[in-house]
Design a binder for this molecule. Structure first.
Ligand SMILES: Cc1cc2nc3c(=O)[nH]c(=O)nc-3n(C[C@H](O)[C@H](O)[C@H](O)COP(=O)(O)OP(=O)(O)OC[C@H]3O[C@@H](n4cnc5c(N)ncnc54)[C@H](O)[C@@H]3O)c2cc1C
Length: 341
């Protein structure tokens, strides 16, 4: 099969690898500058810095870590570890609610990409034909004499194809226009709702004096905060990532990033009841489609007649692990169909 995978997040890369390992020719397109999607690392050059450790900053502003439940994902994470793309993170966790703060020890091992979350995607993309800065605007099924084939139109005016099979591995609302040829997929994908998340990236000129490195938060505009620097192989700068709650993010979806950053930084100071050190970098990023709500458990959605699959974390319980399993499910369904199983 000639396969087009749209989206180079973990779901798309997993599907692409599986199909390529089984002898198929796979092209992956992504609108971003690099593979990874929401498993992302933002690098910032801070030219005005007067200390070397503040000159180049990095933040995991999307996914923070992954946990492992499924045996197939456990084997995959072990591969990442062997390839030096991931390591366990032993940050001290806490939980804040309206009553106060308490430590968290839920027994989960937490894995992070090294030196940033995007390293995992870079590892997965090795050996694949991945084209970045390639936003797909339309997907058309052209019926030729004998067989039909897929063509993709890109935002820069190019059309690429033909492909026998397409895997759409994007957040559901972004996949909707691309699966329009399939009434079944359109219905199922169109029914999925995804929450937004505002993420704040802040670097301080000194250590934030908290006895924890990360916290789950309720009863606040914030939902999560983490000292990025506490993860393995990060720089020496005191970097933090603050995630707003889903409700706050939805209510402030169209706010200006320059307003959101300082507001959530204040919420951080209120929460930890401390005078924070001086921020040397502050920026906010809006993830419009951060996580599926409620989480669905389809594995992957496949229209066998059209040779079109949709997958992503929203299809398999959210999270990095869900995205991996969904990409695997999409590839396996297409392989089984090909083999007439
Ligand atoms: C703020 C935040 C915090 C999170 N924290 C965690 C966490 O701690 N642990 C955890 O397990 N999970 C977490 N997640 C969820 C995790 O990031 C996702 O489950 C996972 O990364 C999703 O992978 P995916 O491949 O399904 O989708 P994505 O990573 O979204 O990949 C989709 C890709 O499609 C591309 N794309 C979109 N439209 C087009 C188009 N038209 N043409 C071409 N390309 C396109 C995008 O650029 C993107 O690269 C978090 C997510 C967010 C946003």
């Amino acid at each position: 099969m000639k396969v087009l995978t749209i989206g180079a997040g973990i779901a798309g890369l997993t599907a692409a690898r599986r199909l390529q390992e089984n002898g198929h020719a796979v092209t992956v397109l992504d609108k971003g500058r690099a593979p990874g999607g929401r498993m992302a690392t933002r690098r910032v050059l801070n030219g005005d810095a007067d200390r070397p450790e503040l000159a180049e900053l990095a933040f995991d502003h999307g996914a923070q870590y992954c946990t492992v439940r499924d045996a197939r994902f456990a084997r995959e994470v072990e591969e990442w570890h062997k390839a030096r793309a991931a390591q366990p993170w032993h940050g001290k966790l806490a939980a804040f609610d309206s009553e106060g703060r308490e430590p968290v020890d839920d027994g989960h091992a937490r894995w992070v990409g090294v030196p940033g979350m995007s390293a995992i995607a870079r590892h997965l993309a090795r050996g694949l034909d991945v084209l970045c800065n390639a936003r797909v605007t339309a997907l058309d099924l052209d019926s030729g004499p004998g067989a039909s084939a897929w063509h993709a139109s890109l935002a820069d005016g190019r059309t690429i194809g033909p492909f026998d099979t397409v895997v759409a591995s994007l957040p559901a609302p972004q996949a909707v226009p691309l699966v329009a040829a399939s009434p079944t997929l359109s219905r199922a994908v169109g029914a999925v709702r995804m929450h937004p998340c505002w993420a704040v990236m802040v670097a301080f000129d000194d250590r934030v004096a908290t006895p924890f490195d990360a916290a789950f938060v309720t009863a606040s505009p914030l939902g999560w905060l983490a000292r990025d620097r506490s993860k393995p192989q990060r720089g020496l700068a005191e970097t933090w990532v603050l995630h707003a709650s889903a409700d706050w993010s939805a209510a402030h979806l169209d706010d200006d990033a320059d307003v959101v950053g300082p507001f959530l930084l204040n919420a951080f100071a209120d929460l930890v009841r401390a005078r924070l050190p001086l921020p040397v970098h502050l920026a906010a990023h809006r993830w419009r489609y951060a996580c599926g709500h409620p989480p669905a458990h389809h594995g992957a959605l496949v229209d066998a007649d059209l040779r079109l699959a949709a997958c992503g974390d929203w299809c398999a319980g959210n999270r990095i692990e869900g995205a991996f399993l969904s990409g695997l499910a999409a590839a396996d369904a297409l392989l089984a169909q090909r083999e007439g199983r």
